[in-house]
Design a binder for this molecule. Sequence first.
Ligand code: ADP
Length: 443
Amino acid sequence: MTIKKRIVIWYTIWMTLLVVITFAVFFSLSGVMVERRAIRTLEEAVHDAADDIRVRDGRIRYDDIDFFDDGVYLSIWDETGLVGGRFPDDAPSSGVVEGRLQNLEGEYGSWYFLDIPIGEGFYLRGAERAYDIGSVFSSMQFVILILLPLLVILAALGGYLIVKRSFSPADKVIETAGDIANSDDLSKRIGLGNGNDEIHQMASAFDNMLERIENAFEKEKQFTSDASHELRTPISVILAQADYAAGHVAEQDKMEEALGVISRQAEKMSRLVSELLALARSDKGTLQVKRERFSLSELGDVVVSSMEDRAEKKGISLTLKTSSNIMVNADQEMIARVMINLLSNAIAYGKEGGFVLVRIGMKDGEAVISVEDNGIGIASEHLGRIWDRFYQVNPARTVDSSSGAGLGLPIVKEIIAAHGGKVSAESTLGQGSLFTVVFPSDE
Ligand code: ADP
């Protein structure tokens, strides 16, 4: 059964019950009240009339008595029977019961009688028709049997239409989901527009989710295509060089040259594959941070020394500034990779004869590594994208075998994120860059 039907059935049942209960309570309460009023009227009428009647020497006198007023019949009786006043024909006959209210069933309904003595064996009797729920019910038959069910039906129908209208966007959601499933087209959206109800909110949450899935999917596709592209270049170079070498087997210098190129390209491929692997692990959440306590200053020293040759080739002065022996609890190999990546960029994009300054320190309980250069810098429109995978400001510049494939900074970012830290870059085109990583030193 659909939710629409369930809602309508549920509230129709409750509404019917509510109406029936309300009527029942209303009838019984009003019955009680009407009855009380009637009894009071009867008592008052009988006592008032009794005050006006005088009996002397077997004769009854009165001035101005209404023997039928406000539904009350007044009659005068003695032991022989009715002697005066008015007594209704359809009322039951009954003997005198002095002073006490009687409720008697007659042929056409029930009656109240009240008899009080007025002297010398005479009695004044008040008779009044009792409140009869059955007669009230039959007089309201039209309302109860026709109008009420009609109202319930109308309310159920109105409710159904409202529920149907409110649920109609849900059909759009179902339709879109079905379309996506059938066509694999993640660009479809429900697009219900603005609205505050739950279904609009659900639809917009659904659209947001689709947006994110589509983005993730596009990123994944882009990643695969970039990775294949990056691998294809060294492979073609290797194949071409192998061909070339095969044609010059006798010429040692050409062979050596070709083998050198092959070796560098193979190295590049190997680096690329291990970078891809690191990123894939990080995506899968299996990038394992093997924490150990080590001296960050010492690690900085080792990394900087290993880079000195490269810096020297470009005439770059490479300096390390570290405040004291900074101990951290982190993955030594990963942090070394971070420093290597940042330093090789600083040297690769540094100015001939310029400087690269590495600072290692602590700030607010966090380890800080910064690498500054006075090289080519990065224009502000590129600065936000350098952490994206395969992003290179100027790919043409970086085709030589020692450069990466635009994965160096993304790996730095993933490693630092895995350590619970943050990366940032400041740069001015033509003046230089400052890369900073910060991570908790004691986790
Ligand atoms: P790549 O392998 O190309 O160096 P990275 O992810 O390490 O890839 O860097 C992405 C891009 O950011 C680089 O192509 C380069 O354009 C820019 N970049 C990185 N570091 C620097 C730097 N120190 N100075 C200038 N540009 C830089």
